[in-house]
Design a protein around this ligand. Structure first.
Ligand code: OSB
Ligand code: MG
Length: 369
């Protein structure tokens, strides 16, 4: 297939409510969407999960723009791509910048699936027609407000509750939550807010029967996590530390992690995500799909990936209405009883809500061969 046109949209969407992690608060979401078109008039969409600021990783919307415009688009235009698995290969001589690479690769996966009249889930080898979902809840300084928020999402049917923690907002908060919700599957995400010296505090979390603790230590660490894991009953799940199949293998071999959070953008695209999934399945390491507060485009990619068989834990792919008054896709992503039904239309399976898409577009760049 020949890619003949690429359009990049700079987007700005307002979140319904601010979302706070140990590294910062999101309210306005600035990000990129990318549309790739082929010589037959098919079109595919990808989303950059890079944020406005380098909080979660070093990539930003602007570094992604630079990478895509100056390096990735020329490569895609110069090559005849037979299968989307070739894209990460074509990008492999360029270091890191995984979220930028994933944006382009994601659009090509969608395009490929549409061109071949299959769903993205089918193109990836997915086996489910509905996926089980959990929800990630940001830091609420008022614990009673947090409890009300959790109660609302439990009521809506979400299958597991993840809460963000940070130093000073951890054992105390989890104790109150566990007392209120004794049977709800629960986990905590520290987003790298602790160090090995906090081991006594982290051990106290074992009391609450958490499904896992996500990324307690440094964002680039696998060594200290390997020292921490044997001291805890609670399984560690790595998020920020995992950028590739190789990172996954090393973390698993060292015993740094018992569960992997796969984020398509963080690992450089769906092809690498699938490799990590397959390796973890062989190693009996469960995986789940993380979230980056995506619009409907990124959400649709996450849903398709989650149809693979080793996604056995509920992920963070909540419904559109959890984040947005109006999403850029139609229909929006709907969660019923803790499940999302995988769409049956070709490619990502959702249409573009053109009115919303245009309303939230700040700038559009067009590249043609
Ligand atoms: O660590 O998983 C994370 C949001 C922004 C940055 C990092 C993370 C998150 C979330 C929210 O936990 C996931 C979502 O609802 O999309
Ligand atoms: Mg996380």
């Amino acid at each position: 297939m020949k890619i003949t046109e690429i359009r990049i949209r700079k987007m700005k969407m307002m979140m319904k409510k601010p979302f706070t992690t140990s590294f910062g608060t999101f309210q306005e979401k600035d990000f990129l969407l990318l549309e790739a078109k082929d010589e037959l008039g098919n079109s595919g969409w990808g989303e950059s999960v890079a944020f406005h600021s380098p909080w979660y990783s070093e990539e930003t919307l602007e570094t992604n723009m630079h990478m895509i415009k100056d390096f990735l688009v020329p490569i895609v235009f110069e090559n005849d791509i037979r299968h989307p698995d070739e894209v990460s290969e074509l990008f492999s001589h360029l270091r890191k910048n995984n979220m930028a690479k994933s944006t382009v690769e994601g659009a090509i996966w969608d395009l490929y699936a549409k061109r071949n009249k299959m769903t993205l889930a089918e193109a990836l080898g997915g086996t489910r027609n509905k996926i089980e979902v959990g929800i990630s809840i940001g830091i609420h300084e008022d614990v009673n407000e947090l409890i009300d928020t959790v109660a609302g999402f439990v009521e809506e049917g979400y299958k597991r509750i993840k809460v963000k923690i940070k130093p000073g907002y951890d054992v105390n908060v989890m104790r109150e939550l566990r007392a209120k919700f004794p049977d709800v599957p629960m986990m905590a995400d520290a987003n790298s807010a602790y160090r090995l010296k906090d081991i006594d505090l982290l051990k106290q979390l074992d009391e609450f029967n958490l499904t896992m603790i996500e990324q307690p230590l440094a964002s680039d660490d696998i060594i200290d996590h390997a020292k921490l894991q044997p001291e805890l009953v609670t399984p560690i799940c790595l998020d920020e530390s995992i950028h590739s199949l190789e990172d996954t293998r090393k973390a698993v071999e060292l015993g740094s992690t018992k569960i992997i959070n796969i984020k398509i953008g963080r690992v450089g695209g769906l092809t690498e995500a699938k490799k990590i999934h397959d390796y973890c399945m062989e190693q009996s390491i469960p995986v789940w799909c993380g979230g980056m507060l995506e619009s409907g485009i990124g959400r649709a990619h996450n849903i398709a990936l989650t149809t693979l068989p080793n996604f056995i834990l509920p992920g963070d792919t909540a419904g559109s209405s959890r984040y947005w008054e109006e999403d850029v896709i139609s229909p929006e992503v709907i969660v019923e009883d803790g499940y999302i039904t995988v769409p049956e239309a070709y490619g990502i399976g959702y249409s573009i809500n053109q009115k919303a898409m245009d309303k939230f577009t700040v700038e559009e760049l067009i590249f043609r061969t």
